[in-house]
Design a protein around this ligand. Structure first.
Ligand SMILES: [Zn+2]
Length: 479
């Protein structure tokens, strides 16, 4: 596998992605069209993502729980825009135990309804609020055009669901979780993101306001990488989630929901990957370091492996995620290519000459070739690696940010927007009308990604109709 080259990103970005996912052994296709098998290497990456997010959720007062996979179909119909949005994507169970069910059951596409039902039972008084629950699970939304991690029928994610006494608290929670996602994306995934508000046409079915973080992929297209919804009292009214306030009055709760999914793995691949394969940010990489032993004779082999095993133990003790490639029958060169495909941030090349000097060669994945190689003394290796891993983390982020800036244009005219959207983001004034948004989508295939929270640039006129603008928005083609 490692002998074959990937198609280059410039030549065929889509096929580069598809082959990379398979060859890096992140995921595979499943017998049911639209489904995906996440392989151990891909799952290890997801586990690191979940650990970083879960830590943040708990630090902001959230707790985890598990709600059922099956939801009575009638629940989905209780909130009108929710049912309208999700009906075309539902998988419905009609039979169980060999018999036709009285009421069909829906496999959760998201859990607002079943959680609303539970909250109605659990919440009685203002003293029960806020309720701050998250769950890690998978959901099903019927989808036939498979693209591993980006578009699958079943995907893995977390969904947070909170209930509050006041609108202000719920709005603050919605924005807090948006910031949490942005902080994770920037600092752990090394992906610069733009936090912003979605237009009404793009918001979640059942939300008053949807916010998202948007990232630019290596081909200039956008990927929505996490969403946070202010649900107002829509679900609280549909499911009668009520509480007695301090004056003994019945009030409906204000609720939120927020989710980040395995799509973020697609983002990591497309933001950082190069023609040799995956490039992983050190903070999330399943292995931060791989040691490749180099030897010719049996005698050399014994000495190199002995040093390599000691080094591995020492690095593990320093909390560096490290693996030693002892596979028989493969040349060092083959192993280099294989670990480059898998995106391991640092490679240690260890041979008899290095050991004689009590040193090793370190090769950075983010800087291929001679430029990324340094010789370091074995005694200092843990310290040298900590420094290099931090540098790689920062440099991946900075490179992605420079790429996004270089491919984002302040499009002032419609022609400029059309041109900008062919290869990147157009940042343009917009009047707020759904008609202009639809026209832009129809004619350029660029959708309104978000209205950035950071509204730099004063006032202007709509890029489409010339009327006074209400905001500046990002328009781009998207995954
Ligand atoms: Zn307009």
């Amino acid at each position: 596998m490692a002998d074959l080259k990937l198609p280059s990103r410039a030549e065929d970005f889509s096929e580069w992605y598809n082959q990379l996912v398979l060859r890096a052994e992140l995921a595979d296709y499943a017998p049911v069209r639209g489904c995906m098998i996440v392989r151990p290497y891909g799952w290890a990456l997801w586990e690191n993502i979940t650990a970083q997010l879960d830590k943040r959720f708990k630090a902001t007062g959230h707790v985890n729980a598990a709600f059922p996979l099956l939801i009575p179909q009638s629940f989905i119909s209780k909130e009108q825009s929710h049912v309208a949005g999700f009906s075309p994507e539902l998988a419905v169970v009609t039979h169980g135990g060999g018999e036709k069910l009285e009421e069909p059951l829906v496999i959760r596409p998201t859990s607002e309804t079943i959680i609303g039902h539970a909250y109605a039972k659990w919440i009685q008084s203002y003293r029960d609020l806020p309720v701050l629950i998250n769950q890690w699970n998978s959901v099903v939304r019927w989808e036939l055009r498979t693209k591993l991690f980006l578009r699958t029928l079943e995907f893995y994610w977390q969904e947070g669901h909170t209930a509050h006494a006041t609108r202000e608290e719920a709005e603050a929670e919605t924005l807090q979780m948006l910031e949490t996602y942005a902080d994770f994306a920037i600092n752990d995934a090394a992906i610069p993101v733009i936090p912003g508000r979605k237009s009404d046409a793009e918001k979640f079915a059942g939300a008053d306001v949807t916010y998202s973080i948007e990232a630019m992929m290596g081909d200039g297209k956008a990927l929505q990488s996490g969403t946070s919804h202010f649900l107002g009292q829509n679900f609280a009214q549909a499911f009668e989630v009520k509480y007695l306030d301090q004056n003994g009055q019945q009030q409906h709760c204000w609720t939120t929901s927020w989710g980040l999914s395995t799509r973020i793995i697609g983002a990591i691949i497309m933001v950082h990957g190069d023609d040799q394969g995956l490039v992983l940010p050190p903070k999330l990489a399943p292995y931060q370091v791989v040691i490749v032993p180099i030897f010719k004779t049996e005698e050399e082999k014994a000495s190199v492996l002995d040093t390599a095993r000691k080094l591995k133990a020492e690095l593990a003790k320093a909390n560096i995620r490290v693996t030693l490639d002892e596979r028989e029958g493969q040349s060092p060169g083959w192993k280099f290519n294989d670990w480059e495909m898998r995106g391991v941030p640092l490679r240690v090349e260890l041979g008899p000459k290095d050991i004689a000097k009590q040193a090793a060669v370190l090769a950075r994945r983010d800087r291929p070739g001679r430029e990324g190689k340094v010789s370091a003394s074995l005694a200092d290796l843990p310290v040298t690696m900590e420094r290099l891993l931090a540098e790689i983390q920062q440099s991946l982020h900075d490179k992605a940010l420079a790429f996004r800036k270089g491919n984002t244009h302040d499009a002032k005219t419609y022609d400029e927007l059309k041109k900008a959207a062919e290869s990147g983001f157009a940042f343009s004034f917009w009047c707020g009308s759904a008609d202009c948004e639809a026209k832009i989508k129809e004619e350029t295939r660029a959708t309104m990604r978000c209205i950035p929270l950071d509204q730099e640039g004063g006032s202007g006129t709509c890029v489409c109709c010339g009327q006074p603008a209400t905001a500046r928005a990002i328009f781009a083609r998207a995954y």
